[in-house]
Design a protein around this ligand. Sequence first.
Ligand SMILES: Nc1ncnc2c1ncn2[C@@H]1O[C@H](COP(=O)(O)OP(=O)(O)OP(=O)(O)O)[C@@H](O)[C@H]1O
Length: 291
Amino acid sequence: MGDILMPMIHLQARMNLLFASGPAPLDVDFKLAAGSLTGLCGPSGSGKTTLLRILAGLTMPESGLIRVGDRIWLDTAQRMQLPTQQRKVGMVFQDAALFPNMTVRQNVEFAAENRRDSLVDELLSLVNLVNLADRKPATLSGGQRQRVALIRALARRPDVLLLDEPFSALDYETRQQLLNELVRLHRQFGTTTVLVSHHQDEIQRVADRILELNQGKVTDIGSPSVAGKITPVPIMGTIQEVQVEETTTQLRIRLTDNLVVLNVPSGAQEWQIGETIVVSLGTETLTRKAN
Ligand SMILES: Nc1ncnc2c1ncn2[C@@H]1O[C@H](COP(=O)(O)OP(=O)(O)OP(=O)(O)O)[C@@H](O)[C@H]1O
């Protein structure tokens, strides 16, 4: 995976915070490998959001140094601070915070600074939103809104992707689906990603490394997964459409609030419209539901 000798991110920061237990410093110094996906967990109020805000340039620490690749984003000793707009960073929060008067496409185009039409189309199709591109956010499901937020963050072609409990308001199945989509996009776009989540089991499933924050101090709790491995998540779906080709069969399957298209080998299995099947997201394999 990433190159440990040449970390993508080196973050040193110190600032006094007012914790529930009283004032204490947030004091961190860690490196993240290029292209890694780091899970950041810790109790409520331990400083997770503050850490992401410092990385994004939304909160200024009393002292700190942020190096991303060969660029310095922050060096308080030199009184140097790159503004958020100049940091190649994408952010997604629990509440998608989309522009309500813009369509899905306009929201993504705005982030892409209206420059790269092909990128916007590619992003919309990567998360299955092409058919909803002209809808306003209020008419979308929670999962669809977070997908828009995710591709909107990627439209800026960020080096660093920061996600602050992006899927916690969603139901279990949608959350698992979006986590898998996130991992795929993270790899495809080669971002160095930090994912804050209260769901440690989910972080374990997708992260290369987990950091735990406690009262403003970071503990490295190791590498949970074999690099690159995603544990498949079984999700029930219904077959909506079957298209048999010579060697493969294309199945359109409804899973909770979205459709997935899977290609399976033609032949031995005959799939029926309306049939309930189990899709193992992560490996994209199918099994018939046991009765
Ligand atoms: N600018 C600030 N100055 C002083 N204290 C702050 C500042 N910003 C946040 N805090 C305090 O720092 C602590 C950590 O807050 P933060 O939002 O980073 O925690 P968190 O781990 O993200 O919590 P949660 O999981 O509940 O979202 C809280 O006690 C908060 O009140």
